[in-house]
Design a binder for this molecule. Structure first.
Ligand code: TMP
Length: 211
């Protein structure tokens, strides 16, 4: 089973992934946790290029192709082999992020992005996507505080430096995707405590596992 987590910055995706991993492992399942960008060895190099504040001059087109390259490598080298070995795979972001950020955020053509995503994933789509939804003002505040606490502001801050309006468009993009694919994408309120969001995450995953 392939489960992806999506949402704007600061919605608590990595906290929720860690809690779900623990929960599933306690049931005796093997879990592989991964992320985009950066889930593969080559992807880790692409992540540095993509997120560094040094690279403010990256063009939107170059940015798009780097995310797609990261995804193609991630699917082939990490996600597909893990699923084939019987693991549950939890990915922090996947193809929906390209539609939300490069499409709704940067204004690139949505049908074209769907086609390019299809090339990158080569038939491998998530079974379930959990969209952690949060007001951008709250999410960005959390993300900026986390980067500064972890000393990552200049290494990983390129998207945190975007405007609130940009993140508002990205959030709307995720919500539009969820409205188009309600069977796969479930919207969860991320303004709750991490514990109550975790209960909602578990309920969705259990329903999927026992469907
Ligand atoms: P994160 O892994 O810390 O969330 O950072 C990844 C950043 O990259 C985040 O700001 C969203 C952005 N992103 C895109 O713009 N397009 C994509 O396809 C993906 C996977 C991420």
């Amino acid at each position: 089973m392939f489960i992806t987590f999506e949402g704007i910055e600061g919605t608590g995706k990595s906290t929720q992934i860690a809690l779900l991993q623990k929960h599933l492992e306690a049931q005796g399942r093997r879990v592989v946790v991964t992320c985009e960008p950066g889930g593969s060895r080559i992807g880790a190099e692409l992540r540095r290029v993509l997120l560094s504040l040094e690279n403010r001059d990256l063009t939107p087109q170059a940015e798009l192709f780097l995310y797609l390259a990261d995804r193609a490598q991630h699917v082939a080298q990490v996600v597909r082999p893990a699923l084939a070995s019987g693991a549950v795979v939890l990915s922090d972001r996947f193809a929906d992020s390209t539609v939300a950020y490069q499409g709704y955020g940067r204004g690139m053509d949505l049908p074209l992005l769907h086609q390019l995503n299809a090339v990158a994933v080569a038939g491998l789509w998530p079974d379930l996507t959990l969209l952690l939804d949060l007001d951008p003002a709250a999410g960005l505040g959390r993300a900026v505080a986390r980067n500064s606490r972890e000393g990552k502001t200049s290494a990983e801050g390129r998207f945190e430096a975007e405007s609130l309006a940009f993140h508002g468009r990205v959030r709307q993009g995720f919500l539009d995707l969820a409205a188009r694919e309600p069977g796969r994408i479930r919207v969860l309120d991320a303004s709750d405590t991490p514990e109550s969001t975790a209960l909602a995450v578990r309920a969705q995953v259990e329903a999927m596992l026992h469907a």
